[in-house]
Ligand binder design. Structure first.
Ligand SMILES: *Cc1c(COP(=O)(O)O)cnc(C)c1O
Length: 376
């Protein structure tokens, strides 16, 4: 089905096809080539992280993080109930027990006030998700992690180039994951990156990403042959995709500028409507810069949310709900998830509607969306 105004549209920023042709001419299409290194350098410089390693997806970056933590069956990992499946499944895959935390009603991020009671002697890690690219309460989280000797693994799939008190997201945890899926601000179709801030984990991260071999050290002349040295899998992004991604990342100022203007236009255009309807717009605390990843409205009830979505659909506009609470999923139940356990996640999941939002969205299309909402 094609929509007059789609929810998302992946955009070319200009040099994607040129760079792909360069990669073809260069003759290296497999991973860790010139374009991959270029992307990693951009991320390292912009975020101030020790090492950025491109991966085949954000999910695979999270799986690499779980491998690096050497989780053992029975170890516990705390994950918000309101997030994408793989914030939890990457750790479950290593045999960890997933412990769900509810989210804050204002930012929809993990509620740091609930965490001290969820930490046990088996807790190994906390996975804060910066929902919609608005930072979690990172002072409280880093303090708790240090005090209880836990790893912080940021799921920063939404929050590339956002910051908390001036410091880039992705630079707080021992490890952090980015996603370049086509629904994210920057894309190469499917892709991701593991950000490594703990220098002690860099070399092992390179090995696990390369199928458990020391191939990278071999190519760089640090060892004279390469062999199987550790656990691992095939997580390196092809340089064909990295070429596409390099073009996207090099246009970051233009991309983020366009998204900021769109986001601000929604906020300004819908303020009166929201006040009239008793709807809630996204909340960004003043001490953090967001990434302009998405724009959502929280209707007073689930029925009104569904009615607004239907009203927009009739006008050819696609708006979509978001995460179903993991506590209510079939896998979540296997970790003790049950109705009523995370009431805020359950409540916002029913009332939240994401509006069309993509870098090339025209001012007139956005005006149509705002008008259609006002007419609801
Ligand atoms: C998109 C997303 C992921 C997974 O990224 P992929 O690149 O699609 O594997 C993980 N966590 C969150 C919060 C996401 O939105």
């Amino acid at each position: 089905m094609s929509w007059r105004i789609p929810f998302n549209r992946p955009d070319l920023t200009g040099r994607e096809l040129v760079y792909i042709q360069e990669a073809l001419a260069e003759g290296q299409l497999s991973g860790d080539g010139p374009f991959g290194k270029r992307c990693e350098r951009i991320l390292e410089d912009a975020l101030g992280v020790e090492r950025a390693l491109l991966t085949t997806s954000g999910t695979h970056a999270l799986e690499l993080a779980a491998l690096l933590l050497e989780l053992e069956p029975g170890d516990e990992v705390i994950v918000p109930a309101f997030t994408f499946v793989t914030s939890a499944s990457a750790f479950a895959l290593r045999g960890a027990k997933i412990v769900f935390a509810d989210v804050r009603p204002d930012t929809l991020n993990v509620d740091e006030r609930l965490l001290p009671d969820l930490v046990t002697g088996r807790t190994r890690a906390i996975v804060p998700v910066h929902y919609a690219g608005v930072a979690c309460e990172l002072d409280a989280l880093t303090e708790l992690a240090a005090k209880r000797d836990l790893a912080l693994v940021e799921d920063n799939a939404h929050g590339l180039f956002a910051s908390y008190r001036g410091r880039p997201l992705g630079s707080f945890g021992a490890l952090a994951a980015q996603s370049f899926h086509e629904t994210k601000n920057f894309t190469c179709g499917e892709g991701g990156a593991l950000l490594v801030n703990d220098p002690g984990l860099v070399q092992r991260a390179e090995i696990l990403r390369e199928k458990g071999t020391d191939r990278k050290q071999f190519i760089e002349g640090r060892v004279d042959k390469y062999t199987w040295v550790d656990l691992g899998s095939s997580y390196v992004l092809s340089d064909l995709q990295a070429a596409f991604l390099a073009a996207q990342l090099e246009s970051r100022d233009a991309v983020q500028g366009a998204r900021e203007r769109l986001w601000n236009a929604y906020a300004a255009g819908l303020g009166d409507w929201a006040a009239r309807r008793g709807a809630q717009l996204p909340f960004v605390p003043p001490d953090r810069e967001q990434s302009y990843h998405m724009f959502f409205v929280l209707l007073p009830t689930g029925e009104e949310r569904d009615a607004l979505a239907a009203h927009l659909r009739e006008r050819g506009i696609l708006s979509v709900f978001h995460f179903l609470p993991l506590t209510l999923s079939r896998m979540g139940e296997r970790f003790g998830g049950r109705a009523g356990q995370c009431p805020v996640a359950e409540d916002v999941s029913e009332r939240l509607l994401r509006l069309p939002f993509f870098t090339s969205m025209s001012v007139s299309d956005q005006g149509d969306v705002i008008e259609a909402i006002e007419a609801f």
